[in-house]
Every structure is written in C-alpha cells, then in structure tokens.
Ligand binder design. Structure first.
Ligand code: AP5
Ligand code: MG
Length: 191
C-alpha cells in the first residue's frame, strides 16, 4: 500500500506513521526527517537546507523530489511506502504521481489529519520542551502553519478529485485517531 499523510505541523503525522509502519509493515518516508539529517552534516547543502527549515519555509520541490525518488528506487519500498509530510505542494504531488507512474505504481490513499490551530500551537510548544526541535518556537510554528494553509492544504482538493482522499479528526486521542486510520486503510487497501 502507498499512502500520503497530509496535515499541518503538530497534527500527529509522525505519531500515527510510527503506528502504521508497524501495522502495514511498509517503510516510513518522512521528508522532514530526511532534510533534518541533511541539515546535520557540515556542508554547503546542509546550510542551504537549514535556511529553509529554520525559517519554517518549504525546501525547493526538486531537491525534495530528488531525495524521495532515491528512496523509492530502493528495494525496501517495493511493496509500499508511507509518505509523511510529502508531497507538500501541487508540484510535488504531480512529480510524485509521474514518478510512480513511470515505475508502474500509484498511490492508494491520501489521508488528511484535521486539527485546530490553537491545539497545534500548544502541542508543538510542549514538544519544544521535550525534543528541542529548532523550528518549534512560536514564531516559526506560526509561519509553518501559514505555509501549510497556503501551499499544502490545496492538496486535499487535488486528491479528492482523484477519489483518494480520506479525512480523520486529529483532535481525538492518539489511540482513537489510529482506530479511524485503520478503518480508512481497510477501505482502501489494494486487493
Ligand atoms: P516536518 O518534519 O514534516 O514537520 P511538520 O510538518 O512541521 O510537522 P511536525 O513533524 O512538526 O508534526 P507532526 O504532524 O509530525 O506531529 P507529531 O506526530 O510530531 O517538516 C519540517 C520542515 O522540513 C518543514 O517546515 C520544511 O522546511 C521541511 N520539509 C519537510 N518536508 C518537506 C517537503 N515535502 N517539501 C519542502 N520542505 C519540506 O506530533 C506533534 C506533537 O503532538 C508531539 O509531541 C506528539 O506527541 C503530540 N501529539 C500527536 N498526536 C496527538 C494527539 N492525538 N493528541 C495530543 N497530542 C498529540
Ligand atoms: Mg513530523
């Protein structure tokens, strides 16, 4: 199964993906994690990537797509993949569709996690105290939410038109969110 998770920062994409990778036994492709690991290296590329992440802006589409397509070619992705935080723009969604089509593959579902803005901010400020992620500060959180609303939210319509969209209420407890996600998965699982 191949599915993408769409949700604003703090919606619970990472939290639910951890559960789903075990449940479906497919690899977890988080572009945020991939870009943070590039950021850790001491190179010109890493400083360039950091300038986007630390400002809460999106990294360029073609850079992200290059990283994802390398992963997709690998053996571990043969039987499926769980995309967390990718695609994030219409261009990325089109590039992903094209890339999968070239490989004779397709997405089975786009899963949207819906959470109110005030709750997102509270969750991320709390996570800042535990994980210390550089972009979990009030100003950057507000920017990430703005970027989501303007550049990523239109993806729900893109996937709705393809008949692939499922929406889950992310305001519930993580356990209840996961139960809803499992119901969506069982409806969409390829036979
Ligand atoms: P990314 O790493 O994807 O971050 P994000 O989208 O901002 O989302 P988060 O990881 O902050 O939130 P999440 O939805 O995973 O929530 P989580 O489960 O952790 O991207 C970071 C940056 O990288 C971007 O800003 C951009 O610069 C760049 N980037 C990444 N992908 C890109 C792309 N495709 N193109 C261009 N640039 C890209 O949960 C959050 C907190 O809430 C946790 O503490 C958790 O314990 C808690 N929580 C979770 N669920 C619940 C619940 N149900 N109830 C209560 N608390 C909960
Ligand atoms: Mg995440």
């Amino acid at each position: 199964m191949r599915l993408v998770f769409i949700g604003p920062p703090g919606a619970g994409k990472g939290t639910q993906c951890k559960r789903l990778v075990e449940y479906l036994n497919i690899p977890h492709l988080s572009t945020g994690e991939m870009l943070r690991s590039v950021k850790k290296q001491e190179t010109a590329l890493s400083r360039w990537v950091a300038s986007y992440i630390d400002a809460g802006k999106l990294a360029p589409d073609h850079l992200v797509m290059r990283i994802v397509s390398q992963k997709l070619q690998s053996d571990e992705c043969r039987n499926g993949a769980l995309f967390d935080g990718f695609p994030r723009t219409i261009i990325q969604a089109q590039l992903l569709d094209d890339h999968l089509a070239e490989m004779g593959l397709k997405l089975d579902m786009a899963l949207e996690l819906k959470v109110q803005e005030e709750e997102l901010i509270q969750r991320l400020l709390k996570r800042a105290e535990i994980d210390g992620r550089a972009d979990d500060n009030y100003e950057t959180i507000r920017e990430r939410i703005h970027v989501f609303n303007t550049q990523t939210a239109p993806l729900t319509e893109y996937y709705a038109k393809q008949g692939k969209l499922e929406t889950v209420d992310g305001m519930q407890s993580p356990e209840d969110v996961f139960e809803d996600i499992k119901r969506c998965v069982s409806r969409r699982r390829p036979t």
